[in-house]
Design a protein around this ligand. Sequence first.
Ligand SMILES: *[C@@H]1O[C@H](CO)[C@@H](O)[C@H](O)[C@H]1NC(C)=O
Ligand SMILES: *[C@@H]1O[C@H](CO)[C@@H](O)[C@H](O)[C@H]1NC(C)=O
Ligand SMILES: *[C@@H]1O[C@H](CO)[C@@H](O)[C@H](O)[C@H]1NC(C)=O
Length: 509
Amino acid sequence: MSLNTAPLAAVLLLLVCLVAPSRGSVTKRNVLFLVADDMRPEIGAYVSPDFPSPIHPKIHTPHLDSLAKKSLLLKRAYVQQALCSPSRTSLLTGRRPDTTRTHGLYHYFRKIAGNFTTIPQYFKENGYTALAMGKIFHPGHTSGGDDPISWSERNWQPDLSHWWKDMGVTWTMADDSEVVAHPLEDMQVAARAVNTLKALAKSEKPFFLAAGFRRPHLPFLCPKKFYDLYPKKAIRLPNNGFTPNLMPEVAWSYNAEMRQYSDLVDHRWYGEINVTLPDEKTLALRRAYYACTSYTDSLVGQVVDTLAELGLENNTVVAFWGDHGWNLGENAAWSKCTNFELATHAPMIIRVPGLTDSGVVTEGLTEFVDLFPTLAEAAGLEPVPLCPKNSESVQTCTEGISLLPLMSNPKRKWKSAAFSQYPRLCISGDVVMGYTMRTDRYRYTEWMLYDDARFKNLGVIHMNSVELYDHEKDPEENHNFAFDPEYKEIRQALHKQLEGGWRHALPDV
Ligand SMILES: *[C@@H]1O[C@H](CO)[C@@H](O)[C@H](O)[C@H]1NC(C)=O
Ligand SMILES: *[C@@H]1O[C@H](CO)[C@@H](O)[C@H](O)[C@H]1NC(C)=O
Ligand SMILES: *[C@@H]1O[C@H](CO)[C@@H](O)[C@H](O)[C@H]1NC(C)=O
């Protein structure tokens, strides 16, 4: 007996040795994590009859389009709050703003909410080298200074000493030769990412590399050659330069961000409800935004192309996302900070070698909190569990779900709604939280009284402020149907669904 068990034990040990590395380091894929700031999902790859091109003849985003051809393209991905820090904090922790308690640019989730594991931290704790360059977390106090716990080394930031740091106007073209001598900040980030990839390719350890670009965020500064892609006649005015009919005032953002630029100070009332900028200004701003979108696309291309050159393409998961949408004069609105479709809808593209090689497009409703569990699964790490109801003391969990099932079946039944929120401080002194939900057909929003000391929805609607937009009849959200008797039953059903919240919207997987 004892003679027989010894070799058996040896065989078992050998099996364990053969199996263990393949479950560990061998199958672990690298992750390239690319972020754009304020980018609308207006990339060539998104354009379709139901999502027309904003530009004639077309928007120039060849690099993102070609990435999308090998990726899962999420046509209806929604951020959880349309402002940099709350959106990024939510995505990076995989939890919603009600859980991270990060609704503005001040609070830091580890101080105000809980010591939550972030995406890069999860990879770092699983043996990865986790590096960041440029804007990943929103900088400053709200991330404890780029959240050092998340990274293997301090986040690298570009040199901002050249003149464009304080330009003070909404848009400028940088001279094509001057940027060679003084690369713009995102050019520096791309160059750093390329060089870092080359160094990481030589390492045994898997990597998580994050590169965050500042454009197309204001000010719209990018090289002139990207403006040249868009002759002035290619740019059109929005066809709905008016604020939604019957919109409650609390839904509006008075757009402090854009009003601070010196070229807009002459337009004193601009930013108020239904006050538009002169057509010339609107056209120039739209052109500048699209130029900077194409510029960002070119930088993303530099980094993604390096993966292929280094032979890492088949062993690296790539995620590209923009932190929220942006209004370009539609509904007489500019910028973000609202619960409207244009502010909450943002681009997200995920490439998983072997799963998305021939390109997968889904119209399923998805949320930015889904990226954490998706990347963990795609890279071959332990799945991130779904958070319990009160997850303050649970370090590692998520309020999203892995999107991998959509990669094999993009038409399968998925979430019944995507949720976002936005806070307001009203002139009356009331603090209000607007909770919004996008279903297949509708956007439904309720503005609730909110206790911001205890981070609690008080369950009372502020001044009858409810919005219901019918995307089948009114895809531009020009008319609030919440008070229309014909929508009474729909409104009741949507109210129940919003109250039920995101857990009730999960698909069976
Ligand atoms: C938060 O979690 C990290 C990682 O587990 C740990 O190093 C750190 O000490 C924790 N901080 C607090 C305040 O518990
Ligand atoms: C804005 O103007 C449009 C068109 O004149 C009007 O229908 C709409 O009710 C106005 N919106 C608000 C919120 O006042
Ligand atoms: C990556 O995978 C694709 C598709 O399976 C294959 O055609 C290509 O040769 C692979 N590239 C490398 C560098 O292995």
